[in-house]
Design a protein. Structure first.
Length: 469
């Protein structure tokens, strides 16, 4: 068995990593709302950093809205495996910026963590890629860059979940042919505990409209016999769960039980991570990990109703809501949409009219934790973090994973990242630990070296007379 390549140390985190993250966080690349120049500046900043890190071939791939996904490549020798390192640089809105303890688009250090929108999701992951690449570029004496066909994809359009990247890649079918895809858009179950995510739930979102009247009516003049649409909607939404919070919709599916190697999730840890108030019960029954990763979840995302300040004594003719189902691994999203629609139509009260419109569909995802790249990454994570890597599911959805699976069915897809429960991604005061960035970057550098060595084997020694050259 060939000796392992020498590890390239990247810890402590180099100063340029903080500079990278500060520059990226400072650009407001908010999906769907930021002006195009913010995305253009971010794309060119990323392209410049990747080129300097050793990936000389740069492509900017514009989406329909003009935001540019950056593709940087360092071609390998003929036959070298292609590895794609993925992260995205678009972010969600900071919402009420006054609720943040520090400006959301200014990287701020506090209590050993770096705060700012996108610091963890997902600009911190992009910085981890950059840090690993610089370590490989600089190397140690006599240590060449790994013989891989290496690609970095910095996606500009992940947050909307609208398959924009898949559309770009389908338009250029010969652009990629990956053997391994590292999707850095998840995180660790606790700070300093390296984690590989092996399953994701999908998502089905519908907009429902309940209509009962031809026009708005005075509630005193007509209230009682006349059916109010908002009240009908509330009654309909209440049928989605049992009293203990378990989804009541038949046909949503449940994932097969996970193997014993997958980590659990203690209820006390989950309550702390989720900020559940004292005395408030968790929904459903059974192990928390199964409820979160393997079973469906039904959530009312929004209800369209008059604001309290604008409320008047009136009966509404129609009312709307957005309803989301998190789809367990193995369930078909189309069937989930159908099951939800059947449930709602059968239970709409008072003969009210019901319209259902599909808004979003995203399939669930399973990785192969027994694959050779997973084994190499587990070992690299364990060595870098100094503790065995854990395997978990995730309750959320990452549409690009299903896109990669559809486009490149033979590629091995790995999910990891710099987030941890304290990161509060998509929320107020999002943050990242620089230790997580440093450790993931170190693990990624180890992984890439070992993957190259495993695929190429030991090099012959030209001075050894036993070599038949």
């Amino acid at each position: 068995m060939p000796a392992r390549p020498t590890a390239t140390p990247v810890r402590p985190l180099p100063a340029d990593a903080r500079d990278d993250l500060a520059a990226l966080v400072g650009l407001r690349t908010v999906a769907g709302t930021s002006p195009p120049d913010q995305f253009r500046r971010a794309a060119r900043l990323i392209a410049d950093r990747l080129a300097a890190a050793g990936l000389p071939e740069i492509l900017l791939l514009p989406a329909d809205d003009g935001a540019e996904t950056v593709l940087a490549r360092r071609p390998g020798p003929p036959g070298a495996p292609q590895v794609v390192l993925y992260a995205h640089y678009d972010v969600v809105s900071a919402r009420d910026e006054t609720a943040w303890r520090s400006p959301p688009f200014e990287l701020t250090e506090r209590d050993g963590r770096w705060y700012g929108r996108g610091s963890a999701d997902c600009k911190g992951n992009l910085v981890a890629h950059l840090t690993a690449l610089r370590a490989l570029r600089d190397g140690l004496p006599g240590e060449p860059f790994p013989e891989l066909d290496l690609v970095v994809l910095a996606d500009a359009c992940e947050e909307p979940g609208d398959a924009a990247l898949e559309k770009l890649l389908r338009a250029r079918p010969g652009l990629l042919a990956p053997d391994v895809v590292v999707v850095a858009d998840t995180g660790n179950i606790a700070p300093g505990v390296p984690t590989l995510t092996t399953s994701l739930r999908g998502m089905a979102v519908v907009e429902i409209t309940v209509s009962t009247l031809a026009r708005t009516l005075h509630s005193g003049q007509f209230g009682g016999p006349a059916p109010d649409a908002l009240t009908a909607l509330v009654r309909l939404l209440a049928t989605l769960h049992d009293d203990d919070g378990t989804p009541r919709v038949d046909g949503l599916g449940t994932a097969a039980p996970a193997g014993p190697e997958r980590a659990g999730y203690a209820e006390a840890d989950f309550r702390a991570d989720a900020g559940v108030l004292d005395g408030v019960r968790l929904l459903g029954t059974g192990p928390v990990a199964e409820r979160l990763w393997d079973r469906p979840a039904v959530t009312v995302l929004a209800v369209q109703s008059p604001p309290l300040d604008d409320a008047v004594p009136a009966l509404l003719p129609s009312a709307k809501a957005l309803v989301s189902v998190r789809v367990p691994p193995g369930a078909e999203v189309a069937r989930v949409h159908g099951a939800l629609a059947d449930h709602l139509r059968a239970r709409v009260p008072w003969g009210a009219r019901l319209d259902i419109e599909r808004v979003t569909s995203g399939p669930a995802f399973r990785a192969d934790p027994a694959g050779p790249a997973h084994t190499l990454m587990r070992d690299a994570l364990a060595e870098s973090f100094g503790t065995p890597a854990r395997e978990v599911g995730a309750g959320g959805s990452i549409a690009v994973c299903s896109a990669f699976r559809s486009l490149y069915p033979d590629a091995e897809i790995l999910l990891c990242g710099v987030e941890d429960p304290a990161s509060n991604i998509h929320g107020t005061d999002e943050s990242v630990s620089p230790r997580e960035i440093a450790s993931l970057a170190h693990a990624e550098a180890l992984f890439l070296r070992r993957l190259a060595a495993a695929r190429t084997g030991p090099r012959p020694d030209p001075t050894d007379p036993r070599e038949d050259r």
